[in-house]
Ligand binder design. Structure first.
Ligand SMILES: [Mn+2]
Length: 242
């Protein structure tokens, strides 16, 4: 790890989480969306119209409220107190066409680890809950995301079992005051809690910001495709359940 690349940590003891972002607001956002008509979606599969969840998780380290709509419009409002992480989560929502609202108050006076990992835990739980019985979806998807110098593959299987294949070592320790080693912890937490295989491979790239952003966008696109309707009936498994 090249020392010269390590920026001095920006003081993070006062994360700027806006006061008006109360937990109830997430419910209001999702509840409001329920009233918006999506006729062609609602006619098809039961799991499409309920493919959303609102979760709250509080520990001594973090307090997180998260609302997710899998078949959304790419709208996001993420306030974790870590600017680069908010940027990644909003990219994830935009490119996955999800609606995502997150208010996370973590122990940023320690570091960004707990906040990033715990948002991954709650996002994984929300994906699992929103997917319901997984009937009629593609289940698998792979996506190769170019972003300037970066080229990143994400391949996922919503199989109900967790597995993470992520062996990329970042050349820089931080982007802003986001710690790059937490990217792997984020995807591990999503995999564990959604019950999802996630493979992420960096095929090329120099710039750490680009590489991480390409990871989130590749993952978003793979998830968007895997939760999309396959046109086939039932669950895609010889076991009859996933
Ligand atoms: Mn960017």
């Amino acid at each position: 790890m090249a020392k010269k690349n390590i920026k001095k940590p920006v003081p993070v003891s006062k994360p700027e989480v806006k006061e008006e972002k109360k937990p109830e607001a997430v419910k209001e956002v999702v509840a409001a969306k329920k009233t918006e008509e999506k006729p062609e979606m609602e006619k098809k599969e039961e799991n499409v119209k309920v493919a959303e969840s609102v979760l709250k998780r509080k520990t001594k380290e973090t307090d997180i409220t998260l609302g997710l709509r899998l078949y959304g419009e790419g709208k996001a409002d993420c306030n974790t107190g870590v600017g680069f992480f908010d940027h990644m989560l909003e990219s994830f929502a935009k490119h996955g066409n999800f609606d995502l609202k997150i208010v996370a108050k973590g122990d940023l006076n320690v570091d960004t680890h707990h906040t990033v990992e715990d948002v991954g835990i709650v996002l994984g739980q929300a994906i699992k809950e929103a997917l319901s019985d997984k009937a009629g979806i593609n289940r698998y998807a792979s996506f190769i995301m170019p972003m300037d110098d970066a080229l990143v593959l994400a391949s996922i299987d919503l199989c109900g079992r967790s597995y993470l294949n992520f062996n990329y070592e970042f050349k820089t320790e931080r982007v802003g005051y986001f710690e790059t080693e937490t990217v792997k912890e984020f995807f591990r937490a999503v995999s564990d809690n959604a019950g999802m295989n996630i493979h992420i491979k960096v095929l090329d790239g120099e710039n750490t910001h680009h590489i991480i952003e390409a990871m989130f966008k590749a993952f978003a696109n793979a998830l968007r495709i895997s939760v999309s309707k396959s046109g086939r009936e039932g669950v895609l498994s010889t076991k009859g359940t996933i």
